[in-house]
Design a protein around this ligand. Structure first.
Ligand SMILES: *[C@@H]1O[C@H](CO)[C@@H](O)[C@H](O)[C@H]1NC(C)=O
Ligand SMILES: *[C@@H]1O[C@H](CO)[C@@H](O)[C@H](O)[C@H]1NC(C)=O
Ligand SMILES: *[C@@H]1O[C@H](CO)[C@@H](O)[C@H](O)[C@H]1NC(C)=O
Ligand SMILES: *[C@@H]1O[C@H](CO)[C@@H](O)[C@H](O)[C@H]1NC(C)=O
Ligand SMILES: *[C@@H]1O[C@H](CO)[C@@H](O)[C@H](O)[C@H]1NC(C)=O
Ligand SMILES: *[C@@H]1O[C@H](CO)[C@@H](O)[C@H](O)[C@H]1NC(C)=O
Length: 475
């Protein structure tokens, strides 16, 4: 008793098979395993370094997955050059990319598994983790994604909360309304719930917050009743317990919205600006981060001619321990300009005149400052621990921003001064490449904040329909 199971196997085999047969019993599995290894090895050696497709000469290089950034920012790795340096609009994809993509994925995975790739390589200079795979997926999403928007009667007393698309997005939390308006104009909406991948519950956090009938305290009750209503009227909620349903919120008030629908929150997809994985209500694999962006029209005209004389810049309310620490360390510095409160000079002047623009966690991880700095071509410094940065599964934040841990605030200047001119130019050129993903448009255009958010939703759509017993309580 208590013998390992291999011993048991041995005893059984000895008992059952004659001695001549015993050799075969061991030979068979071992030779099978060796053959498999040999096949895998041949497969890797023939596919590992590049996979070419004769039609388009697209070359996918083998690379290791980018490492998660540590608190010590460093750019001094040797990096292999990639064959393309175009922007996303210039795509030249092959006719049947999905098999190529699968092959590339597989060889990457195998390469990592068997340690055949150079483990020292980190992708620090490419704006995208894998631009080609993203483009293929995006096109697929653009073609196939369908959203069913829960309707409501025209005379619903809360029509203003549900689909208010007749006024213009304004202010700090404009992203929520931009999303809603963009979606209703887009080809993603379907009237047929049977072809829908996802179901949108169009209640608006910013409207509920200011509607005196609901107010901040009333939001959890409203959401609870809303879910009760749709789960009685339609069969879709009960089918998945809400796992193919989503809502959108830019104000961090969204995190209390499901306080009375606890299980629902564990299932629904949350597309939110305050995407912090530190508290327990946001789950990066299920929920998605949406950028917080001020409404603005056109491009800043003086983007390329601007002289960035200042090392780094921050201005804003000092309403959090991190901001207090920043001001304490750098308030009187000559190179880092950290200002408490509103500026006397235009905000845009500072964003255009600084090399780095600091995004610091306030009450929440999200502020509009990341999008502001990208818009003005300034390299963002992210000082917001646990921030699930927008589109982080697509864009390589290490290639266009500097992520700094709170505890490194005292050495911030050191970190920035270690970045060479060439490295800065790389960071800034990637800022220019990715900034289109952080802009909304009155009519959505490809790869803008709306389409990127749709892509994130699509990535989280349910593939499996779960049948649940009616006795399960979903609230
Ligand atoms: C960061 O750098 C300091 C000083 O070079 C070192 O002591 C520390 O271990 C580094 N931290 C990490 C996470 O690499
Ligand atoms: C990684 O870098 C170290 C030090 O530069 C080197 O000795 C080692 O051979 C490299 N490993 C690979 C797999 O290239
Ligand atoms: C996405 O779909 C729209 C509408 O069908 C189309 O106009 C647009 O070119 C598509 N974009 C991409 C990148 O496939
Ligand atoms: C739920 O339905 C009831 C009855 O139709 C209605 O009075 C109420 O406003 C609805 N609540 C929500 C949040 O949609
Ligand atoms: C969904 O489940 C709830 C709770 O079990 C039930 O009351 C409701 O009638 C169901 N909805 C539909 C459309 O069957
Ligand atoms: C900055 O300078 C002012 C005026 O000299 C001084 O009162 C303040 O304490 C200084 N702040 C810091 C953080 O050093």
């Amino acid at each position: 008793m208590g013998k390992p199971s291999s011993f048991l196997l041995y005893k059984i085999s000895e008992h059952r098979f004659p001695a001549a047969f015993k050799g075969f019993f061991y030979f068979l599995p071992i030779s099978l395993a060796l053959t498999t290894l040999l096949l895998i090895f041949i497969y890797i050696t023939t596919t590992a370094y590049y996979v070419t497709n004769s039609h388009a000469q697209t070359t996918l290089y083998l690379e290791t997955l980018p490492t998660i950034s540590s608190s010590n920012y460093s750019l001094d790795h040797t990096v292999t050059t990639f064959p393309f340096d175009q922007t996303v609009e210039n795509d030249d994809l092959v006719a049947d990319p999905s098999s190529l993509a699968t092959l590339a994925r597989t060889s990457k995975w195998l390469g990592n598994l068997f340690g055949l790739t150079n483990g020292n390589y980190t992708n620090n200079q490419e704006a995208y983790h894998d631009r080609d795979l993203f483009l293929e997926d995006y096109k697929q999403m653009n073609k196939s994604l369908k959203i069913f928007v829960y309707p409501h009667p025209k005379d619903d007393p809360f029509a203003n909360v549900l689909l208010p698309t007749d006024y213009e997005p304004t202010g700090n939390y404009a992203s929520e309304l931009y999303f809603k308006k963009s979606l209703m104009k887009s080809h993603f909406v379907t009237k047929d719930p049977n072809e829908a991948d996802l179901f949108y519950m169009p209640f608006s956090m910013s409207t509920m917050r200011t509607d005196p009938r609901i107010d901040v305290e009333g939001i959890p009750d409203f959401v609870k009743n809303y879910i009760l209503n749709i789960s009685h009227k339609y069969p879709y909620w009960n089918r998945t317990g809400g796992a193919d349903h989503f809502y959108v919120a830019c104000h961090s008030i969204g995190k209390t919205a499901f306080d009375k629908s606890f299980v629902a929150r564990l299932n629904v997809i949350q597309l939110v600006c305050s995407s912090t994985y530190f508290p327990t209500y946001y789950f990066p694999h299920k929920d998605a981060s949406m950028p917080q962006v001020w409404p603005r029209i056109g491009e800043p005209t003086n983007l390329l001619t601007s002289k960035r004389k200042r090392l780094a810049f921050f201005a804003g309310a000092v309403n959090s321990p991190v901001r207090i620490a920043l001001l304490k360390a750098w308030a009187n510095d000559t190179e880092i300009f950290a200002h408490s409160g509103r500026l006397q000079t235009p905000y845009s002047e500072q964003l255009l005149g600084s090399k780095f623009c600091i995004h610091v966690k306030g009450f929440e991880v999200n502020t509009a400052r990341v999008a502001d700095s990208l818009y003005y071509g300034c390299v963002p410094i992210i000082l917001a621990n646990h921030y699930d940065l927008p589109f982080t599964d697509i864009v390589n934040w290490r290639s266009f921003s500097v992520v700094v841990h709170h505890r490194d605030i005292p050495v911030l200047k050191n970190i920035l001064q270690r970045i060479s001119i060439a490295e800065y130019e790389m960071l800034q050129s990637n800022v220019i490449k990715v900034r289109k993903h952080f802009q909304w448009h009155p009519s959505p255009i490809d790869f803008d904040a709306f389409h990127m958010s749709m892509y994130e939703l699509w990535k989280r759509r349910s593939v499996v329909r779960v049948r649940l017993t009616p006795s399960v309580e979903f609230m």
